[in-house]
Design a protein around this ligand. Structure first.
Ligand code: AHM
Ligand code: MG
Length: 338
C-alpha cells in the first residue's frame, strides 16, 4: 500500500519507497529564479551542502572525531572558539572559495572578509555563521550553520563595502540544522524548501515542500535568565507572551528558529542594559533567518525596524532580534513602543 509522508509545514513529498524524492539540486534548479540559476546559484547551494556534509560528519562522531572543547582562542566577537567552530569555518570557507562563482565571503569567525575574485563570472557574495550554537556542541544538542547570499550589484572591485548590504537585497538564504536529523533549508524569493540528509547516500532529499510558517504561534523562545537586564517595555512584552504561549529555548538560534518555522513561534534576543545591541549578528544570523521567515510568511524586527531594512555599518555588527509569526512580532513591536 502506498503511503505519503507529510513533512510538517510542507506538502507531501515522497512515496513509501522514497524513490520519488527529489534532490536539492533538482528542486533548486526547478524553482529558483531563472536569472539566479543561470548565474550559478545552484553552485553556491552545492558548496554549502558540501561543507554541511563535512560538519555533519564531524558532529555525528563528536568526541570520536576530536571536535569537542575549545581551541583556547577567542574570536573577533570576543567569544571562545570551539574546535568545531574552527573546523566548520575551514569546511565552508574552502567549499565556497573554490566553487568558482563566489566573489567574496564574510564569516562570523574571521575578522577579515575573504576576497576571492573580482571577475564578473563570480557574481555571488556569501555571509555566514559556520557553527551556530557552538556552546551546545559538547553536550550533543542541536547546532547549525547559516548563510546569507547576495548578488554583486556591479562588477567593480570587491571590498568590505561590497558586503555591507541591507538584508532585503539577499537573493537567497540557507541554513542547516544538525539535530536528530540533518536538515538544510533553502529560501529564494517567495519560496522556502527543506531537504533532509540521507546518511546512506549523502544526498539532501526534498522533505519539506514550500514551507509556510503556521498561522498559529505555538511557543515563545527567549533566554529568560537575562530578564533582569531587559528594559521595562521588553519585560512587559515577554510577560504577555508568557501568559499566552509555552516556552521553548534550545540556546541554538538556528534550532529555535527551525522549530518556529515549522510549528509557529517567536524567537527574541533583545538588546538590554548590559548589551544594548543584543548578542546576535546582523549579517550572519539575523538577516538570513529573517529573509527565510519573510519568504515563509513570517516577519523579523529589531524592535523598532524591519531587520531586512537595516543598513549595516560594520561586518560584525550585532542587532536585537525578534523573528517568527508576523502577527506576534507586530504585537511585541507595538508593546515595545508603548
Ligand atoms: P554562536 O553563533 O557563537 O553560537 O552564538 C549565538 C548563539 C545563538 O545560537 C543562540 O540563540 C544564542 O547564542 C544563545 O545565547 P545565550 O546563551 O545568551 O542564550
Ligand atoms: Mg551563531
Amino acid at each position: 500500500m502506498s503511503r505519503s509522508v507529510q513533512a510538517n509545514g510542507g506538502r507531501p513529498v515522497m512515496s513509501d519507497s522514497g524513490d520519488s524524492m527529489k534532490t536539492l539540486a533538482d528542486v533548486v534548479a526547478e524553482t529558483a529564479p531563472a536569472d539566479l540559476v543561470a548565474d550559478g546559484f545552484l553552485t553556491v547551494v552545492d558548496a554549502i551542502a558540501d561543507g554541511a556534509r563535512r560538519v555533519d560528519g564531524l558532529t555525528r562522531r563528536a568526541a570520536l572525531a576530536g571536535i569537542l572543547g575549545d581551541t583556547g582562542e577567542t574570536n573577533v566577537q570576543g567569544e571562545i572558539v570551539q574546535v568545531l567552530d574552527a573546523a566548520g569555518t575551514d569546511a565552508f570557507v574552502s567549499s565556497l572559495r573554490d566553487c568558482g562563482v563566489v566573489a567574496a565571503l564574510a564569516c562570523e569567525e574571521l575578522e577579515e572578509a575573504v576576497f576571492v575574485s573580482d571577475r564578473p563570472d563570480h557574481p555571488y557574495l556569501v555571509m555566514f555563521d559556520p557553527v551556530d550554537g557552538s556552546s551546545n556542541i559538547d553536550v550533543a544538542v542541536t547546532i547549525g550553520s547559516i548563510f546569507a547570499v547576495y548578488r554583486r550589484s556591479d562588477d567593480s572591485r570587491v571590498s568590505d563595502e561590497t558586503l555591507l548590504r541591507p538584508g532585503r537585497e539577499q537573493c537567497g538564504a540557507v541554513y542547516v540544522v544538525y539535530g536528530s536529523s540533518t536538515v538544510l533549508v533553502v529560501a529564494t524569493e517567495g519560496r522556502v524548501d527543506g531537504f533532509t540528509l540521507d546518511p546512506a547516500s549523502g544526498e539532501f532529499l526534498h522533505s519539506h515542500d514550500q514551507i509556510r510558517i503556521p498561522a498559529k504561534c505555538a511557543a515563545y523562545s527567549v533566554n529568560e535568565g537575562n530578564q533582569g537586564n531587559w528594559h521595562p517595555e521588553m519585560q512587559a512584552a515577554v510577560a504577555e507572551l508568557r501568559n499566552d504561549y509555552g516556552l521553548r529555548y534550545v540556546g541554538s538560534l538556528v534550532a529555535d528558529f527551525h522549530r518556529d518555522l515549522l510549528k509557529g513561534g517567536i524567537f527574541l534576543y533583545p538588546g538590554d542594559l548590559k548589551s544594548p545591541a543584543g548578542k546576535l549578528r546582523l549579517g550572519y544570523e539575523a538577516n538570513p533567518l529573517c529573509y527565510v521567515a519573510e519568504q515563509a510568511g513570517g516577519a523579523g524586527s529589531t524592535g523598532t525596524e524591519r531587520i531586512l531594512d537595516v543598513l549595516p555599518q560594520q561586518l560584525h555588527q550585532r542587532t536585537p532580534l525578534i523573528v517568527g509569526n508576523a502577527d506576534v512580532v507586530e504585537r511585541v513591536v507595538a508593546r515595545l513602543a508603548q
